[in-house]
Design a protein around this ligand. Structure first.
Ligand code: SF4
Length: 222
């Protein structure tokens, strides 16, 4: 069980909500009807597995920039060596800067972010990237997700589709708690030593993955 494992690592798993790790979440995954088609993509696993452990910080970047619900669909297009987010029916409507600005100016402290896969705003490595002719050329990031990742290189990030794998879910939760401990410590180097000790009892491959994450946290702390 995930809470047992976190407790074995020395983390408190049932503090008041304000003291829990703060997980940014694409708002549609929490059941909010904010998608372009007026619907949501509620992911029950979020509330079931992570809800008792973390505090959700819901964000819908498309609604935050003033787009209505419902709204015409948008997509990522590769143009001139960069990715732009544009209207499907109205390609002159370009939302790239506005969506990126939402990530640049987000002032909520976070310990991770859970994105809606394949979204032109929120997708993380899963978003279809179209050519000017409309065909799909590959996969990339949504504009909000790309900017958030560049701004916070140590932040644990994933798509909701990743969490269907129980071992990934466990590894992601461990990273959230490690990031939270590190973010709140007045002495980040001491916190990293504590996290290294706490990870010693983990089994592989969780041990190696957690160690790599702790060293990733150490890089910006130097
Ligand atoms: S912008 Fe993100 S949060 Fe808003 S509906 Fe699209 S995927 Fe969901």
């Amino acid at each position: 069980m995930l809470p047992d494992l976190l407790r074995q690592m020395g983390f408190e798993t049932a503090p008041p909500a304000r003291h829990r790790p703060r997980l940014g979440v694409s708002a549609c995954l929490l059941g909010h009807p904010v998608r372009y088609d007026g619907g949501h993509r509620h992911e029950p696993l979020l509330h079931r597995e992570l809800g008792p452990l973390v505090r959700f910080v819901e964000v819908c970047p498309e609604v935050a920039i003033g787009l209505p619900v419902p709204r015409p669909p948008i997509q990522v297009v590769a143009l001139g060596g960069e990715h732009r987010v544009r209207g499907v029916a109205r390609p002159d409507d370009d939302y790239t800067e506005a969506l990126s600005a939402q990530a640049r100016h987000l002032d909520e402290p976070l310990d991770g972010f859970l994105f809606k896969a394949r979204s032109p705003s929120c997708g993380w490595g899963t978003t279809p990237v179209h050519g000017p002719d409309g065909g799909v050329r590959g996969l990339g990031d949504g504009a909000f997700a790309a900017t958030l990742a560049a701004r916070f290189p140590a932040l644990p990030l994933c798509n909701e589709s990743d969490l269907q794998d129980p071992s990934f879910l466990t590894a992601f939760a461990v990273r959230l708690f490690c990031h939270h401990q590190w973010r709140h410590s007045p002495h980040p180097e001491n916190a990293l030593d504590t996290l290294r000790r706490r990870s010693e009892g983990l089994d592989e491959p969780l041990l190696s993955g957690t160690r790599r994450f702790i060293e990733h946290l150490a890089a910006p702390a130097r």
